[in-house]
Design a binder for this molecule. Structure first.
Ligand SMILES: Cc1cc2nc3c(=O)[nH]c(=O)nc-3n(C[C@H](O)[C@H](O)[C@H](O)COP(=O)(O)O)c2cc1C
Length: 190
């Protein structure tokens, strides 16, 4: 089983990175092949809405997103991690999601399985936000669930922590990292 972790935070070693690392560790201990993508280190342009993908469902922009498409196809489990920024996903993750418009075209216009239909894929979302307010994760959840639905990735759940701001604050939630580790193990079980 291939487990792909996609880190959307600009802060290396930050709260979502720590949670993601534990999910991936849990998956690896269960025998999964794990791979991490750090979006902030990649060169991924914005979707230009050029509609070039209408023909074949392929994006014409020759940047690091081409590698991400391949990794999404290879993956059985996809873990997205992003802190809340201005009540939504980070620009890094949103940019990657927008570039999946070519996969939307594949599915809804060309009637082709967006990632190929050789796998049953599941997706999981990790997020934290500095504030403790109702609706903190609503916008991010709508976008992430839409992304997974368009790509035929079944939503397997989320791990969301409000009131986590400074780097490493997630370790103050005693159960957070152990919970993430168990989720990584469980995600590879079925
Ligand atoms: C540009 C920016 C915007 C942010 N916007 C919000 C916000 O709207 N709501 C919130 O609760 N926290 C917000 N935060 C705080 C982060 O969500 C918080 O610091 C989080 O712990 C960062 O996670 P990370 O360490 O994984 O990057 C923002 C932080 C930054 C840098």
């Amino acid at each position: 089983m291939n487990v792909l972790g996609i880190a959307g935070s600009p802060r290396r070693g930050g709260n979502t990175d720590l949670l993601l690392a534990e999910v991936m560790r849990g998956a690896a201990i269960s025998g999964a092949v794990t791979k991490n993508i750090i979006l902030n280190d990649l060169n991924i342009s914005y979707c230009q809405h050029c509609d070039a993908c209408f023909d074949l469902g392929k994006c014409k922009i020759g940047d690091d997103m081409q590698m991400v498409y391949r990794e999404l196809e290879n993956a059985d489990r996809i873990i997205l991690a992003s802190p809340i920024q201005f009540m939504g996903l980070t620009a890094q993750l949103k940019t990657m999601i927008d570039r999946s418009q070519s996969l939307w075209v594949k599915k809804y216009m060309l009637k082709i399985a967006p990632l190929g239909n050789n796998k049953i894929r599941k997706g999981f979302f990790i997020s934290v936000g500095g504030r403790k307010i109702s609706g903190l994760f609503d916008s991010a959840l709508v976008t992430v669930k839409t992304f997974f639905r368009v790509l035929d990735i079944a939503y397997a759940g989320d791990l969301l922590f409000p009131g986590i701001d400074e780097k490493g604050a997630i370790t103050k939630y005693q159960d957070a990292l152990p919970q993430a580790f168990i989720i990584g193990k469980k995600l590879t079980e079925n």
